[in-house]
Design a binder for this molecule. Structure first.
Ligand SMILES: [Zn+2]
Length: 483
């Protein structure tokens, strides 16, 4: 029996080459932030320009993310020199960000333009980065990494990590999350050969997309009826690293819909995440898998999800989805949510089969602002998990509406919505629809009505937007229960 070993299981031929990876550094920003920067950095006069970014961090041991929270454009008129290949600007502008950076251990990222498409850092850049970050580190009194980034006229970016005045290494990836998902740098270092199993995807989506999928780390929260099918697809598409989160063991009642599960798993009470990690190991496609048999509302699970480039939510309840939306906002991560609803009529028949895929961009609308649920429902579920006796009492007394209990679930229905969710993700990294992706922030689908019901992005969620890019804070996500 192949059993994935916790915490890390690594499979196939890629395992040995990836064992001693250096820390991977990522920069994450939204399309709106990218647009604002591009407008400032390319004012139309052909000269260089500069801006400073205040970034929250996910300061993990193997993965470090800089999440853009605030942009400070250095005014063009304040720069003493601006030519097509040089810029001199007063570093007093850094002072404005230092106290905020100091208060919450945030990073300062310098970004400047190369109007002539020079695709490297110049020796002048080396000098200026060393001087700037030497003084930033001594003023902040720590040796935490910061970054320096260059934008080219077409919006492409590249960057490097600088710590205590030393240039450390290039940024592994820069993610821009908008209606489309743009990843710069990601996959660029992937080998030129395409594994045989991925060849068919390579033909359909191009070598770039296949290499990009290989470079990505994706979390799937909820590994049951819908989640196991999402995981199967992501693994076989060749996603490089999968983080699986689900606190439950396989039970006999799940065997009608969890892929790769069997009676023995139910008998031995194996965790769903371990069963699925074993299945991925058996595929032997050289992926990393981190199976975490935990509720998402735990510190370890939140931090593991926050280190991923993309998240999928495949949960029945609303508490976990609400939390995942919050994680995705604090850490600036694109979030795909799959929900299925199968209603029985109580007489052995089905009254409706409907479901939806929500694509949630950090800083834009949320599941809450889209009115997928209310805070009352979230609180009821949280109470049921943390204090079941009080929950039962309040429910008996009529103070609470009951949380939805086990609904009927059918694998063929789950497969449809799991597939829509993964295709939604693929459409964002490699647009293939006739209409722009912005038309499909929400994709409802009904089997009862037999139809698709897309909707475009709604108004921003003001409750979540203020947390965009804040990264690690204490208590985590401003939730005392996660401290
Ligand atoms: Zn430069």
């Amino acid at each position: 029996m192949l059993q994935a070993t916790s915490p890390w299981s690594m499979t196939g031929s890629g395992a040995s080459s990836r064992r001693h990876n250096p820390v991977r550094y990522a920069l994450r920003l939204t399309e709106a932030q990218h647009d604002l920067l591009r407008t400032h950095l390319f004012p139309g006069d052909g000269n260089e320009a500069v801006a400073l970014l205040l970034c929250g961090r996910r300061n993990g041991s193997g993965r470090h993310a800089f999440c853009v929270q605030k942009i400070l454009p250095v005014p063009h008129s304040a720069c003493s020199v601006r030519t097509p290949d040089r810029i001199t600007w007063p570093t007093t502008f850094v002072d404005d960000l230092l106290s905020e950076a100091f208060a919450s251990a945030q990073a300062i990222v310098k970004i400047h333009s190369h109007p002539g498409y020079y695709r490297k850092f110049s020796s002048a850049d080396d000098q200026s980065d060393r001087a700037l970050y030497d003084s930033v580190s001594s003023l902040l009194g720590d040796a935490l990494p910061h970054a320096s980034v260059v934008m080219l006229p077409d919006g492409q970016m590249f960057g490097r990590v600088v710590a205590a005045g030393e240039i450390v290494q290039p940024l592994s990836s820069i993610t821009v999350t908008g209606s489309d998902l743009k990843l710069y740098g990601a996959g660029a270092d992937a080998s030129t050969s395409t594994d045989a199993f991925a060849l068919r995807h390579a033909q359909a989506f191009g070598k770039g997309t296949t290499a990009l999928l290989r470079s990505l780390s994706i979390a799937v929260v909820g590994c049951s009826g819908t989640g196991s099918i999402v995981i199967e697809q992501l693994a076989r598409l060749g996603v490089g690293r999968l983080v699986l989160i689900d606190p439950d063991c396989v039970e006999e009642k799940n065997l009608n819909r969890i892929l790769n599960s069997g009676k023995e798993d139910a008998y031995l009470k194996r965790y769903k995440v371990h069963v699925l990690a074993s299945a991925i190991a058996r595929m032997g496609l050289g992926q990393e898998v981190l199976p975490l048999p935990l509720n998402l509302a735990t510190r370890e699970a939140v931090l593991a999800v926050a280190e991923c480039d993309v998240v999928f939510g495949c949960m029945d309840g609303v508490e976990g989805r609400h939390l995942l939306n919050r994680i995705a906002t604090f850490y600036s991560i694109p979030y795909f949510d799959a929900g299925v609803r199968l209603d029985a009529d109580g007489k052995g028949g089905i009254s409706s089969i409907a479901g939806a895929v929500h694509y949630l961009q950090p800083g834009r609308s949320s599941l809450l602002s889209r009115e997928v649920y209310t805070m009352k429902q979230v609180e009821a579920e949280e109470l049921k998990r943390t204090n079941p006796d009080l929950y039962a009492e309040l429910r008996r007394a009529g103070y609470l509406r009951g949380v939805d209990e086990d609904r009927p679930a059918v694998i063929s229905v789950n497969m449809l919505y799991a597939s829509l969710a993964v295709n939604e993700f693929l459409a964002r990294v490699h647009p293939y629809r006739n209409q722009p992706n912005s038309d499909y922030a929400y994709l409802g689908a009904s089997l009862s009505e037999v139809g698709f019901y897309p909707e475009s992005e709604a108004a921003d969620c003001l409750a979540l937007k203020r947390h965009l890019g804040r990264g690690d804070v204490e208590p985590l996500l401003e939730r005392p229960s996660l401290s």
